[in-house]
Design a protein. Structure first.
Length: 370
């Protein structure tokens, strides 16, 4: 490769290089091309060292990826076949599982997408279904025996017969077979539809509602079972579930009236006993609401290692509220420590196209499974 540096050192440098840059390096030489394109060990080491970004879809035409540390905003066009309104977007290993609102005629409305590599795979429903529905719950993860064995979970409470519907009907899609199959996994609660689920280390997590208290419900894609892993703290109605430190859960809860925030995190999800503990609180009123407000979509956010909240959201500005500013926030225990305007969005019919202002995303070289 024409370098005097030891190859181990070159590998270490490349593993810490942004995925977008590595894709441009593929043509440097054959060895780098093979490493970046086909070496799965390198791809996953690179992924594990990558940092969180925000992904935002603008007017169905552009995808924006923001690095909240460097504040660099990368913009690219969305492939024509992905220019739809999305009901669900779930991140796993740099891959996004997205379900469109629209029925796309005879075409499927569920896709797996790598935004950096600009690769897409559409997932056909299991006959007799012709499309997926907003009443479907989705999960995205992998079998821990083989990390590249990605799977999709679909479950719904809507049946087409007279069977007992107190339990959801569950299906698994395996990319290896390219087909759906039914499974007998069951749980007896109700998913909190106001809180997006999150994929962490190959398993999917949601808040499960019960009459007297809430739980964290997981789905293990290796065992293909649901499990209650711990109680979920219950303070206020605004809740955001997230991945913390790569192997734990975070739960942000906010009082809508005072805007006070409590943040709790778990210990490692691989531990035998998992529970939440209070991480920090924010009591000042000059912080955004972490829910959708009228025409404003849900902010994207994650919890940082320095007892802070990183968020990318929209706020109405202008004399007649005729546009929004897209704002990057950093919020610590003492209040807002960073507030940077990264763009604007005209107040028009496109507002209703966005359920989420942004999504937490980690760019990767992981290919879309075939």
């Amino acid at each position: 490769m024409g370098s005097s540096l030891p190859f181990d050192l070159i590998l270490e440098i490349l593993q810490r290089t942004p995925a977008e840059s590595l894709l441009r390096f593929k043509s440097t030489c054959k060895k780098w091309y093979e490493l970046i394109s086909n070496d799965k060990r390198f791809m996953y080491k690179h992924l594990d060292k990558s940092t969180k970004r925000f992904l935002r879809i603008e007017n169905r035409e552009r995808v924006q990826i923001l690095d909240p540390v460097t504040e660099i905003l990368a913009v690219s066009t969305i492939p024509n076949e992905l220019r739809h309104k999305y009901f669900t977007l779930i991140h796993c290993d740099g891959l996004m599982l997205g379900m469109c609102y629209e029925e796309l005629g005879s075409d499927p409305n569920l896709a797996v997408w790598n935004p950096v590599m600009r690769k897409i795979k559409w997932i056909k429903p299991s006959p007799p279904l012709v499309c997926y529905w907003g009443s479907d719950y989705l999960g995205f993860g992998y079998d821990k025996t083989f990390r590249d064995n990605y799977k999709i979970l679909r479950f719904t409470y809507l049946g087409d017969d007279d069977d007992d519907e107190s339990y959801p009907k569950c299906q698994i899609y395996e990319f290896n077979s390219g087909s759906w199959r039914s499974i007998e996994a069951k749980f007896d609660g109700e998913i909190d539809v106001e809180v997006d689920g999150v994929s962490v280390n190959g398993s999917m997590y949601w808040i499960e509602l019960q009459e007297k208290k809430n739980f964290i419900l997981s789905f293990d894609f290796s065992e293909e079972t649901f499990n209650r892993i711990c109680d979920s703290p219950l303070y206020w109605d605004i809740k955001r579930l997230g991945c913390f430190n790569g192997d734990r859960l975070s739960l942000l809860q906010q009082n809508e009236a005072t805007r006070e925030i409590h943040v709790s995190v778990t210990n490692k999800l691989s531990d035998e006993v998992v529970s939440f503990s209070r991480y920090f609180s924010v009591t000042l009123p000059d912080i955004p609401l972490f829910r959708s407000i009228d025409i404003l979509p849900l902010p994207g956010c994650f919890i940082g290692k320095n007892r802070n909240i990183i968020a990318w959201c929209e706020q109405l500005v202008g004399k007649y509220d005729d546009h929004t500013s897209i704002i990057l926030y950093e919020i610590g225990e003492g209040g807002v420590t960073k507030r940077i305007r990264t763009g604007r969005h005209e107040a028009d019919e496109d507002y209703n196209d966005l359920d989420n202002c942004s999504y937490v995303y980690v760019p990767s070289l992981i290919p879309v499974p075939e």
